[in-house]
Design a protein around this ligand. Structure first.
Ligand code: NAP
Length: 306
């Protein structure tokens, strides 16, 4: 579907998770790669698989939140691969504790901003300067659905960082638009990776997430990859400064699908369209109280004596 022959793609956070999948897909599409993360052994394993697909691969380890590491990674990448055509700003960390904002500790807040926002900025600035000198390039930042609205997950630092990254995307998109460098972002909904596996699989939150997603399922890594590759490619040549949501309709639903629609219960004997959707099991009490309908509309109020 995509052709990245002759292009060099730098992917941060490529040692596992979404970044690993991006690496395989770009290799399949003919790209040469610069892969970075902190875990050298895992990166080498990913690199070997990419080489077996025909890609020339540079592995350059580093921490995205350490500016000198970023300079080293980019320097080594350009030295070995000659140039950088595409940057996928993917490395990120989250916080599974679910702490409310009023309890949130400054240390974790600063750490998440340092990786998810400052780290992405260091890579965008350094690769951006290189791309501007060549008059062409494409950057895709990996944001999140949590970047574009409040939510009930208790994840203030992550929301702040990803919201900042989203705004950075629009700002860089505009700043560099007339010099050949496009900057866009992809905002995935929930995808099972090392970041989310404990929450989604071990705690069973995947059913809850699916229930509040209009498509009634969590996403798959390849669905994020398709969006990333499209924005990175020349097929998106007139697109810059946009955020592409890959979220099964979550954002379009503005949260109205967080509970099973109550009219499904009221109209159970005459469903409009059959659905495979199973309502969530642990519904709030107020929902159960209203399941039989609204007194006076769906059944006579108790005091009417009817
Ligand atoms: P993941 O499985 O935890 O992978 C994270 C990657 O980032 C790893 O390769 C990790 O490698 C690297 N990384 C973490 N901290 C780093 C640091 N300080 N310096 C350099 N590399 C670092 O997470 P994922 O789910 O693939 O997430 C990838 C991106 O998608 C993140 O930006 C995340 O916020 C975003 N996202 C994910 C989801 C989801 O549901 N999975 C949804 C929305 C957005 P090392 O540990 O080897 O450094």
């Amino acid at each position: 579907m995509f052709d990245f022959n002759g292009k060099v793609v730098l992917i941060t956070g490529a040692s596992y998770g979404l970044g690993e999948q991006f690496a395989y897909s770009f290799a399949d599409a003919g790209a040469d790669l610069i892969l970075t993360a902190r875990s050298e052994d895992l990166l080498q394993t990913v690199a070997e698989q990419c080489r077996s697909k025909g890609a020339r691969v540079t592995v350059a380890c580093g921490d995205v939140s350490v500016e000198s590491d970023v300079l080293k990674v980019i320097g080594q990448g350009i030295e070995e691969r000659g140039r950088i055509d595409v940057l996928i700003n993917n490395a990120g960390i989250a916080d599974p504790r679910g702490l409310g904002a009023e309890q949130y500790d400054s240390e974790t807040f600063n750490q998440i901003l340092a990786v998810d926002l400052a780290g992405a900025f260091y890579f965008a600035r350094e690769c951006g300067r290189h791309m501007l000198e060549h008059g062409s390039g494409s950057i895709v930042n990996i944001c999140s659905i949590l970047a574009s609205g409040g939510n009930e997950n208790g994840i203030i630092a992550y929301s702040a960082a990803k919201g900042g990254l989203l705004n950075m995307t629009t700002q860089l998109g505009v700043e560099w638009a007339d010099r050949g460098v496009r900057v866009n972002s992809v905002s995935p909904g929930f995808i099972v990776t090392e970041m989310t596996r404990p929450m989604l699989e071990a705690l069973g939150m995947d059913r809850w997430i699916a229930s509040r997603t209009p498509m009634r399922r969590v996403g798959e890594a390849r669905e994020v990859t398709n969006a990333v590759m499209f924005l990175a490619s020349d097929l998106a040549s007139y697109i810059t400064g946009v955020d592409l949501l890959v979220d099964g309709g979550t954002n379009a639903g503005s949260g109205t699908f967080q509970i099973p629609p109550i009219h499904h219960a009221w109209n159970a004997d005459a469903p409009m369209v059959p659905t495979k959707y199973e309502p969530v099991q642990s519904r709030p009490d107020w929902y159960q109280a209203l399941e039989a309908g609204i007194p006076g509309i769906h059944y006579p109020p108790p005091e009417s004596g009817e």
